[in-house]
Design a protein around this ligand. Structure first.
Ligand code: ADP
Ligand code: MG
Length: 352
């Protein structure tokens, strides 16, 4: 039995169809990340799970129970927002315990739960403070603390780290990951940040325009992207995509890339092809029979590695390298087994 299940979900705002035919099954105990560009429907989907947004069509089931018509308060789901949503006039203790007052438990039990959550989140010393006396990271911990005390079946996070600066974001990323391991909680986490998705997720749902482009583990999505959208969305800098026009197709299993013939047994090329090579899979030293001479236009120095930008046959090409280059005229090499092939519809080409 799936822990969380989406069946044919559809959602529109007026004429704007935001989610369409969304189907997904999630196992228990997993950290699921919804990743996609801004406006693709991630928050809407999360809000439908929480009960903050009506579902037009389809079903959402949590442990086989239909959520559609349940009140948000009856769903046993806790949501953490990007904006923290703390009450400014309440101190940290009151903010964390806020949702517990409606439950039939004693003051001592409330105190115990709040202190337990505060310990996990390392904010025990801050319980008397008001939100305005806290840093962004501390506020986010309070918001997470409030979710933890409710002991929900499912945690929903909507871009919880987007308001934090880079250093704090990576620190909180580690904290959230530890929290998941410790509590063995079920999490659906929304972000547009591929690094958060790659580092936190057991499974990533790549979304585009209200649809799923791919559902898989971070490794799988990086190594086996279904299509050009996913291939370009994961990886930084993004994958190089070169167009192979029909005149560059030599025969059914050979095409020309940068004037070199490349043969792939078990393929059947007819139409336009898209060829993908990741910037990290292009090498300056690791010589192969597939090379090309380029003139480097720009070098971005990231310290441990450099990003080289150039143009080749009219396309921009990005290369990730640890090597210092002196001459701007260089030869780059790539390996045949690191080439991704996509058909004219930009879907991954399957061998015949
Ligand atoms: P994401 O979280 O992926 O950035 P959203 O789910 O917030 O995307 O929004 C998806 C689309 O739905 C956007 O086009 C947005 O403008 C629209 N939308 C979201 N909420 C509403 C609303 N309450 N009323 C009308 N349109 C909305
Ligand atoms: Mg959003």
């Amino acid at each position: 039995m799936a822990f969380l299940k989406f069946e044919d979900i559809d959602k529109s705002f007026g004429e704007n169809n935001v989610i369409s035919k969304f189907n997904l099954e999630v196992e228990k105990g997993k950290f699921i990340v919804l990743l996609g560009p801004s406006g693709c429907g991630k928050s809407t989907l999360l809000r439908m799970i929480a009960g903050l947004e009506k579902i037009d069509y389809g079903k959402i089931l949590l442990e086989n129970n239909l959520l559609n018509n349940l009140l948000p308060s009856k769903r046993q789901i806790a949501m953490v927002f990007q904006s923290y949503a703390l009450y400014p006039h309440m101190n940290v203790f009151e903010n964390i315990s806020f949702g517990l007052k409606s439950e039939r438990i004693t003051k001592d039990q409330i105190k115990e739960k709040v202190i337990e959550a505060a310990k996990i989140l390392k904010i025990e010393d801050l319980l008397d403070r008001r939100p305005k006396e806290l840093s962004g990271g501390q506020r986010q911990r309070v918001a997470i603390g409030r979710a933890i005390t409710r002991n929900p079946k499912l945690f929903l996070f909507d871009e919880p780290l987007s308001n934090l600066d880079a250093a704090l974001r990576s620190e909180m990323r580690v904290e959230i990951s530890k929290l998941h391991k410790k509590l063995k909680s079920n999490i659906v986490y929304v972000t547009h940040d591929q690094i958060e998705a790659m580092t936190l997720a057991d499974k990533i749902v790549i979304m585009n325009k209200g649809k799923i482009e791919q559902f898989g583990s971070p490794e799988d999505i990086y190594n086996n992207p279904n299509n050009v959208f996913v291939a370009e969305f994961i990886g930084n800098p993004k994958m190089n995509i070169f167009t192979i026009k029909t005149e560059d197709i030599v025969n059914t299993n050979t095409f020309k890339l940068f004037n070199r013939e490349i043969k792939f047994e078990n393929f059947n090329f007819k139409d336009v092809l898209y060829v993908g090579i990741r910037p990290e899979d292009i090498s300056l030293e690791n010589k192969s029979e597939y090379g090309a001479e380029i003139n480097v236009d720009l070098i971005e120095n990231l310290g441990s590695e450099k990003i080289l930008y150039s143009r080749l046959n009219g396309s921009e090409i990005r290369i990730k390298s640890a090597k210092n280059i002196k001459d701007k005229n260089i030869t780059i090499y790539f390996q045949k087994n690191k080439i991704y092939l996509f058909d004219s519809n930009k879907n991954r080409l399957k061998s015949s």
